[in-house]
Design a protein. Sequence first.
Length: 319
Amino acid sequence: MARGILRAFGLNESQLQKANDAWLDAPGTAGIGAGLALTLRQYEQLSALAMRKGKSLGAFLSDEFGKSIETLLREASVRETRRFGTQCFELQIGDVQGFIAFPTAPAADGSKPWVWYAPSYWHGYPNERMDWLFSRLLAKGFAVCGTNVGDSFGSPQSRKIYSSFYAYVVKEYGLSAKVSLLPQSRGGLMWYNWAVENPGKVACIGGIYPVCDLTSYPGLAATAAAYGMTEAALAAQLAQHNPVDRLAPLAHAKVPIMHLHGDQDEVVPLEKNSGTLIQRYRALGGPGELVVIPGKGHAELPEFFESEKLLEFLLRNGK
């Protein structure tokens, strides 16, 4: 696109970017050479198949080629951006949206550790409060990822989305088979419900005032709506969906857990959430640590987001 000419007509940078995006998405503006060398037998087989579908061979191949291109674009659409001061790929993997921010320096041992944050995309999270922690992890060779599951409260469907994203980034980008999970607030329901079903894929869990008991927050009614269940049905199956009731797989795998939680948290109360989870986890033989932040509530403060203890925990256990 002739940006210089359009600029001469008075278009500003925002207008130029919109014009460029429209040009890039205009149909029929790029051709792909797709020469195929077929054997005579292959030609005859494809001709017969096209005839059965009521098409000429050329029309049949053109249609099938178009379907293949659409499938490929739908399966892995990648847009390069920047997050946390580093190169980032915004991924669209079929119906799954996520991102991977690449390390600013390689890991000293050549590994490819990664931290997976939740909730991502909800209200713009992760926000700038995570810059301090993420920049230090990125400098130590960690990638940072996030996946959009909406306001799902750890629903069964969201767990499937997480598993799809996990499989894709591990295969396509060579990330470690074990990931460090970083739940903030409602992200606790998201990560624990996925983690207990995938304990062998979890290196550690470092939480910032995470929700651990869905009856405490957001309550049965809101959770049931997100799960597509009745409140009565969720209550009957609570042990299958409530993190504090399903910790045994993680404890058996000895997955290290650390939570930061304020003792004045009125949104996600300490004792009903991190307090109960860590207590039960230790009783099951799991390595759990609770760091209580005195006098602090459910707020985005340096005590939570610039924690040397949390950073050291992730660096120590994440590789």
